[in-house]
Design a protein around this ligand. Sequence first.
Ligand code: ASP
Length: 313
Amino acid sequence: MNSPISIAIHGGAGTILREQMSDSLKAAILSDLESAVRAGHRLLAAGGDALDAAVAAVKVLEDSPHFNAGKGSVLTHKEFVEMDASVMHGARCDAGAVAGVRHIKNPVELARSVMQQSDHVLLIGEGAEAFAFEHGYAYTEQDYFFTERRYEQLQSMKEKGMFALSESRYPDDNKYGTVGAVALDAHGNLAAATSTGGITNKKYGRVGDSALIGAGTYAENGVVAVSTTGMGEYFIRKTVAVDVAARMRYLKESVQQASDSIIQGELKALGGEGGLIALDAHGQVHFAMNSSGMYRASIDATGHVCVKIYADE
Ligand code: ASP
């Protein structure tokens, strides 16, 4: 029990417009971010495991309607909520993930159950839900996840035949609202968790990076824990989360160098917008983004609390 404890979270990166952000919405988002990071930190301070802390933080964001995960998830073309989540524990690189689940209140918990209680890493759709119900999860109606805001976004997107809005009605319409957390516990374990509703107007069972170990989520003790957010098609192609770990391991880059190399370099060059949170084995947190903002918060090894929205903060 002698490692520093540290935790960082995100609520999605992208275009977040100051001029459209009301004081009340901003206060609500900042308050949710702070509650989430504190929920995870409380577990760490009590000697809890890094993965349990990351899951606890993500769960708070899944339960908030302000983020694209759990309640408040975006809608598919057929007007369903279909969620993806993944978790990784850095001690033995254990991992669990689910994709396309429709009736699970907290997909991040199900991802952890897949890791801990199945012989597999990734379960999808009805199969993932059958596993969930066998393991005591409640069936949650789709109505629980719906918000008026997401319905409006879907209609606007359908009119344009697009997957991303070009006009925004909300300050963060052009933001990828995935949520994630990375944590370092007192035993030196690193862990990462990511959860999302994916992208508005998605079709054909589309799955993004948030369900994929190595793309959206990665953790390895002694190296780094990473959770990403952005257009998944790019993050999958550049296996962004594991790229950060590989740069740190092989090139001996710092967490900041490794994160910025991929986010500001090859990912951006490809056209991939977004960001990530990363935490190294010493508790050093780094937020990387090539977009105008990323909802984010951290409590670092000194206990300093930081909650921010814009890239220039
Ligand atoms: N990465 C997520 C996806 O492509 C979207 C997001 O970050 O909000 O499914």
